[in-house]
Design a protein around this ligand. Structure first.
Ligand code: ATP
Length: 273
Protein backbone atom coordinates (compact mmCIF):
# COMPACT_ATOMS: atom_id res chain seq x y z
CA UNK A 1 0.00 0.00 0.00
CA UNK A 2 1.09 3.58 -0.50
CA UNK A 3 2.65 5.19 2.55
CA UNK A 4 0.43 7.68 4.27
CA UNK A 5 1.68 11.10 5.18
CA UNK A 6 2.39 11.45 8.85
CA UNK A 7 -0.33 13.33 10.62
CA UNK A 8 1.03 15.63 13.22
CA UNK A 9 -1.16 16.15 16.22
CA UNK A 10 -4.41 16.59 14.37
CA UNK A 11 -7.70 16.66 16.20
CA UNK A 12 -9.78 13.65 15.25
CA UNK A 13 -13.47 14.15 14.52
CA UNK A 14 -14.21 10.43 14.45
CA UNK A 15 -16.39 9.13 17.28
CA UNK A 16 -17.77 5.73 18.29
CA UNK A 17 -20.91 6.70 16.46
CA UNK A 18 -19.00 6.27 13.18
CA UNK A 19 -18.13 2.67 14.01
CA UNK A 20 -20.72 -0.07 13.50
CA UNK A 21 -20.46 -3.56 14.94
CA UNK A 22 -17.19 -4.40 16.73
CA UNK A 23 -18.98 -4.32 20.09
CA UNK A 24 -16.31 -6.08 22.13
CA UNK A 25 -13.46 -4.13 20.58
CA UNK A 26 -15.34 -0.89 21.24
CA UNK A 27 -15.85 -1.78 24.90
CA UNK A 28 -12.15 -2.47 25.23
CA UNK A 29 -11.03 0.74 23.55
CA UNK A 30 -13.50 2.71 25.69
CA UNK A 31 -11.26 1.78 28.58
CA UNK A 32 -8.36 3.46 26.77
CA UNK A 33 -10.50 6.58 26.35
CA UNK A 34 -11.11 6.55 30.09
CA UNK A 35 -7.37 6.24 30.82
CA UNK A 36 -6.80 9.36 28.75
CA UNK A 37 -9.69 11.33 30.18
CA UNK A 38 -9.49 10.37 33.84
CA UNK A 39 -5.93 9.18 34.55
CA UNK A 40 -6.13 10.13 38.22
CA UNK A 41 -8.90 7.57 38.78
CA UNK A 42 -6.26 4.94 38.09
CA UNK A 43 -3.07 6.52 39.39
CA UNK A 44 -4.56 7.34 42.81
CA UNK A 45 -4.82 3.60 43.41
CA UNK A 46 -1.29 3.05 42.21
CA UNK A 47 -2.25 1.52 38.88
CA UNK A 48 0.02 1.81 35.89
CA UNK A 49 -1.87 2.86 32.79
CA UNK A 50 -1.05 0.66 29.78
CA UNK A 51 1.25 2.28 27.22
CA UNK A 52 0.76 0.13 24.16
CA UNK A 53 -2.35 -1.43 22.66
CA UNK A 54 -2.23 -3.62 19.57
CA UNK A 55 -5.25 -3.60 17.28
CA UNK A 56 -5.31 -6.90 15.43
CA UNK A 57 -7.51 -7.74 12.46
CA UNK A 58 -7.81 -8.30 8.71
CA UNK A 59 -7.47 -5.34 6.31
CA UNK A 60 -10.34 -2.87 6.30
CA UNK A 61 -11.91 -3.96 9.59
CA UNK A 62 -11.64 -0.49 11.12
CA UNK A 63 -8.34 -0.47 13.02
CA UNK A 64 -7.42 3.04 11.89
CA UNK A 65 -11.00 4.16 12.44
CA UNK A 66 -10.93 2.77 15.99
CA UNK A 67 -7.66 4.57 16.80
CA UNK A 68 -9.06 7.84 15.48
CA UNK A 69 -12.24 7.32 17.49
CA UNK A 70 -10.19 6.92 20.68
CA UNK A 71 -8.56 10.28 19.99
CA UNK A 72 -11.89 11.81 18.99
CA UNK A 73 -13.76 10.55 22.04
CA UNK A 74 -11.01 11.50 24.48
CA UNK A 75 -10.49 14.80 22.60
CA UNK A 76 -6.75 14.41 22.54
CA UNK A 77 -4.34 15.02 19.64
CA UNK A 78 -3.65 12.16 17.24
CA UNK A 79 -0.12 11.52 15.96
CA UNK A 80 0.18 8.85 13.34
CA UNK A 81 2.76 7.08 11.31
CA UNK A 82 2.68 4.13 8.97
CA UNK A 83 5.18 1.32 9.47
CA UNK A 84 5.70 1.09 5.72
CA UNK A 85 6.98 4.68 5.67
CA UNK A 86 10.09 3.58 7.51
CA UNK A 87 11.02 0.75 5.24
CA UNK A 88 11.56 3.17 2.37
CA UNK A 89 13.68 5.58 4.34
CA UNK A 90 17.34 6.40 4.23
CA UNK A 91 19.52 4.94 6.94
CA UNK A 92 19.06 6.67 10.26
CA UNK A 93 15.90 8.50 9.26
CA UNK A 94 13.44 5.92 10.60
CA UNK A 95 14.85 5.98 14.11
CA UNK A 96 14.92 9.75 14.27
CA UNK A 97 11.35 9.95 12.97
CA UNK A 98 10.26 7.66 15.79
CA UNK A 99 12.14 9.79 18.34
CA UNK A 100 10.57 12.90 16.91
CA UNK A 101 7.07 11.43 16.94
CA UNK A 102 7.28 10.48 20.61
CA UNK A 103 8.76 13.83 21.53
CA UNK A 104 5.91 15.70 19.89
CA UNK A 105 3.27 13.42 21.38
CA UNK A 106 4.74 13.82 24.88
CA UNK A 107 4.77 17.59 24.51
CA UNK A 108 1.04 17.48 23.75
CA UNK A 109 0.06 14.82 26.30
CA UNK A 110 -2.50 13.47 26.90
CA UNK A 111 -2.27 12.22 23.33
CA UNK A 112 -2.44 9.20 21.05
CA UNK A 113 0.27 7.82 18.81
CA UNK A 114 -1.02 5.50 16.10
CA UNK A 115 1.38 3.24 14.21
CA UNK A 116 -0.31 1.63 11.24
CA UNK A 117 1.17 -1.56 9.74
CA UNK A 118 3.52 -2.04 12.66
CA UNK A 119 4.58 -5.39 11.18
CA UNK A 120 6.52 -3.49 8.52
CA UNK A 121 8.98 -2.39 11.23
CA UNK A 122 8.15 -4.90 13.93
CA UNK A 123 8.79 -8.13 12.07
CA UNK A 124 10.73 -10.60 14.12
CA UNK A 125 14.44 -10.30 13.43
CA UNK A 126 15.68 -12.97 11.05
CA UNK A 127 12.32 -13.63 9.42
CA UNK A 128 12.89 -10.99 6.80
CA UNK A 129 14.00 -11.65 3.25
CA UNK A 130 17.43 -10.58 2.09
CA UNK A 131 16.15 -7.91 -0.26
CA UNK A 132 14.74 -5.72 2.44
CA UNK A 133 16.59 -2.98 4.26
CA UNK A 134 17.24 -4.98 7.40
CA UNK A 135 19.46 -2.56 9.25
CA UNK A 136 17.20 0.39 8.80
CA UNK A 137 14.15 -1.55 9.89
CA UNK A 138 15.99 -2.93 12.90
CA UNK A 139 17.28 0.42 14.08
CA UNK A 140 13.76 1.80 13.73
CA UNK A 141 12.37 -1.10 15.74
CA UNK A 142 15.05 -0.64 18.40
CA UNK A 143 14.22 3.04 18.67
CA UNK A 144 10.55 2.19 19.04
CA UNK A 145 11.36 -0.24 21.87
CA UNK A 146 13.58 2.37 23.51
CA UNK A 147 10.82 4.96 23.34
CA UNK A 148 8.22 2.58 24.76
CA UNK A 149 10.51 1.72 27.68
CA UNK A 150 11.87 5.21 28.07
CA UNK A 151 8.71 7.11 28.62
CA UNK A 152 7.70 6.64 32.20
CA UNK A 153 4.44 5.24 33.45
CA UNK A 154 1.43 7.51 33.27
CA UNK A 155 2.86 10.12 30.93
CA UNK A 156 -0.52 10.41 29.25
CA UNK A 157 0.68 9.07 25.92
CA UNK A 158 -0.93 5.86 24.71
CA UNK A 159 0.46 4.12 21.65
CA UNK A 160 -2.00 2.23 19.48
CA UNK A 161 -0.60 0.04 16.73
CA UNK A 162 -2.35 -1.92 14.00
CA UNK A 163 -1.46 -5.17 12.31
CA UNK A 164 -3.04 -7.98 10.38
CA UNK A 165 0.00 -10.19 11.02
CA UNK A 166 0.47 -10.45 14.79
CA UNK A 167 2.21 -13.79 14.24
CA UNK A 168 5.24 -12.20 12.55
CA UNK A 169 5.83 -9.55 15.22
CA UNK A 170 9.06 -9.56 17.16
CA UNK A 171 8.31 -10.93 20.63
CA UNK A 172 10.20 -7.99 22.14
CA UNK A 173 7.33 -5.73 21.06
CA UNK A 174 4.78 -7.80 22.96
CA UNK A 175 6.50 -7.86 26.35
CA UNK A 176 4.81 -6.40 29.42
CA UNK A 177 4.99 -2.62 29.41
CA UNK A 178 5.07 -2.55 25.62
CA UNK A 179 2.23 -3.80 23.38
CA UNK A 180 0.86 -6.10 26.03
CA UNK A 181 -2.83 -5.49 25.34
CA UNK A 182 -4.40 -6.88 22.21
CA UNK A 183 -7.78 -5.95 20.83
CA UNK A 184 -9.22 -8.12 18.06
CA UNK A 185 -11.30 -6.77 15.20
CA UNK A 186 -13.08 -9.44 13.18
CA UNK A 187 -14.75 -9.29 9.80
CA UNK A 188 -18.41 -8.33 10.29
CA UNK A 189 -21.23 -10.90 10.27
CA UNK A 190 -24.46 -10.25 8.36
CA UNK A 191 -26.09 -8.21 11.14
CA UNK A 192 -22.94 -6.14 11.56
CA UNK A 193 -22.65 -5.60 7.81
CA UNK A 194 -26.16 -4.18 7.83
CA UNK A 195 -25.11 -1.82 10.64
CA UNK A 196 -22.04 -0.73 8.67
CA UNK A 197 -24.22 -0.09 5.59
CA UNK A 198 -26.44 2.09 7.78
CA UNK A 199 -23.46 4.22 8.84
CA UNK A 200 -22.31 4.75 5.26
CA UNK A 201 -25.70 5.53 3.73
CA UNK A 202 -26.25 8.35 6.22
CA UNK A 203 -24.76 10.85 3.82
CA UNK A 204 -26.50 9.50 0.68
CA UNK A 205 -29.78 10.42 -0.92
CA UNK A 206 -31.52 7.05 -1.08
CA UNK A 207 -34.42 5.62 -3.06
CA UNK A 208 -37.11 3.81 -1.07
CA UNK A 209 -36.26 0.62 -2.93
CA UNK A 210 -32.90 0.26 -1.17
CA UNK A 211 -32.94 -2.82 1.04
CA UNK A 212 -30.00 -2.90 3.45
CA UNK A 213 -30.83 -6.40 4.72
CA UNK A 214 -30.54 -7.79 1.20
CA UNK A 215 -27.26 -5.96 0.63
CA UNK A 216 -25.87 -7.27 3.91
CA UNK A 217 -26.90 -10.80 2.99
CA UNK A 218 -25.26 -10.57 -0.43
CA UNK A 219 -21.89 -9.34 0.86
CA UNK A 220 -20.40 -12.26 2.81
CA UNK A 221 -16.74 -11.81 3.67
CA UNK A 222 -16.81 -8.08 3.00
CA UNK A 223 -14.94 -5.79 5.38
CA UNK A 224 -16.15 -2.43 6.64
CA UNK A 225 -13.85 -0.79 4.12
CA UNK A 226 -15.43 -2.85 1.29
CA UNK A 227 -18.90 -1.75 2.42
CA UNK A 228 -17.87 1.92 2.64
CA UNK A 229 -16.50 1.49 -0.85
CA UNK A 230 -19.77 -0.03 -2.17
CA UNK A 231 -21.81 2.85 -0.76
CA UNK A 232 -19.67 5.49 -2.37
CA UNK A 233 -19.40 3.59 -5.63
CA UNK A 234 -23.21 3.20 -5.73
CA UNK A 235 -23.63 6.96 -5.37
CA UNK A 236 -21.10 7.54 -8.18
CA UNK A 237 -22.93 5.08 -10.45
CA UNK A 238 -26.28 6.80 -9.76
CA UNK A 239 -24.79 10.26 -10.25
CA UNK A 240 -23.26 9.30 -13.57
CA UNK A 241 -26.77 8.42 -14.75
CA UNK A 242 -28.09 11.76 -13.49
CA UNK A 243 -30.42 10.05 -11.03
CA UNK A 244 -31.93 11.98 -8.14
CA UNK A 245 -31.57 9.08 -5.74
CA UNK A 246 -29.29 6.10 -5.26
CA UNK A 247 -31.21 2.90 -6.03
CA UNK A 248 -30.85 -0.76 -5.08
CA UNK A 249 -29.54 -1.62 -8.57
CA UNK A 250 -26.76 0.93 -8.09
CA UNK A 251 -25.69 -0.81 -4.92
CA UNK A 252 -25.79 -4.17 -6.71
CA UNK A 253 -23.65 -2.82 -9.57
CA UNK A 254 -21.25 -1.31 -7.03
CA UNK A 255 -21.08 -4.63 -5.21
CA UNK A 256 -20.12 -6.42 -8.43
CA UNK A 257 -17.32 -3.92 -8.99
CA UNK A 258 -16.00 -4.32 -5.48
CA UNK A 259 -16.01 -8.10 -5.91
CA UNK A 260 -13.98 -7.80 -9.12
CA UNK A 261 -11.54 -5.55 -7.25
CA UNK A 262 -11.26 -8.07 -4.41
CA UNK A 263 -10.58 -10.92 -6.85
CA UNK A 264 -7.84 -8.92 -8.53
CA UNK A 265 -6.27 -8.13 -5.19
CA UNK A 266 -6.29 -11.74 -4.05
CA UNK A 267 -4.63 -12.76 -7.32
CA UNK A 268 -1.84 -10.30 -6.66
CA UNK A 269 -1.42 -11.55 -3.10
CA UNK A 270 -1.41 -15.23 -4.04
CA UNK A 271 -0.17 -15.54 -7.63
CA UNK A 272 0.15 -19.33 -7.37
CA UNK A 273 -3.62 -19.75 -7.40
P1 ATP B 1 -6.02 -1.58 6.93
O1 ATP B 1 -5.57 -2.77 7.71
O2 ATP B 1 -6.24 -1.87 5.47
O3 ATP B 1 -5.23 -0.33 7.21
P2 ATP B 1 -8.07 -0.81 8.80
O4 ATP B 1 -8.44 -1.99 9.61
O5 ATP B 1 -7.20 0.22 9.44
O6 ATP B 1 -7.51 -1.27 7.41
P3 ATP B 1 -9.80 1.36 8.30
O7 ATP B 1 -8.80 2.10 7.52
O8 ATP B 1 -10.08 1.83 9.67
O9 ATP B 1 -9.43 -0.15 8.34
O10 ATP B 1 -11.19 1.26 7.52
C1 ATP B 1 -11.35 1.86 6.25
C2 ATP B 1 -12.69 2.50 6.17
O11 ATP B 1 -13.69 1.49 6.18
C3 ATP B 1 -13.04 3.40 7.33
O12 ATP B 1 -12.57 4.71 7.13
C4 ATP B 1 -14.56 3.32 7.33
O13 ATP B 1 -15.08 4.19 6.36
C5 ATP B 1 -14.84 1.90 6.88
N1 ATP B 1 -15.06 0.99 8.03
C6 ATP B 1 -14.30 -0.05 8.40
N2 ATP B 1 -14.81 -0.68 9.46
C7 ATP B 1 -15.95 -0.02 9.78
C8 ATP B 1 -16.95 -0.19 10.82
N3 ATP B 1 -16.87 -1.17 11.70
N4 ATP B 1 -17.97 0.69 10.83
C9 ATP B 1 -18.07 1.68 9.93
N5 ATP B 1 -17.16 1.88 8.95
C10 ATP B 1 -16.12 1.05 8.86
Amino acid sequence: STPKLTEIGTKSKVTFNDIAGLKEAKTEVMEVVDFLKNPEDYTRLGAKIPKGVLLVGPPGTGKTLMAKAVAGEAQVPFFSMSGSEFVEMFVGVGASRVRDLFKKAKAKAPSIIFIDEIDAVGRSRGKINAFQANDERESTLNQLLTELDGFGDNTGVIVLAATNRPDVLDKALLRPGRFDRHIYLELPNQTERAEIFKVHIRSLKLSKNVDIEVLAKLSPGFSGADIANICNEAALIAARQKKDEVEQEDFMAARDRVIVGMERKSKIISPEE
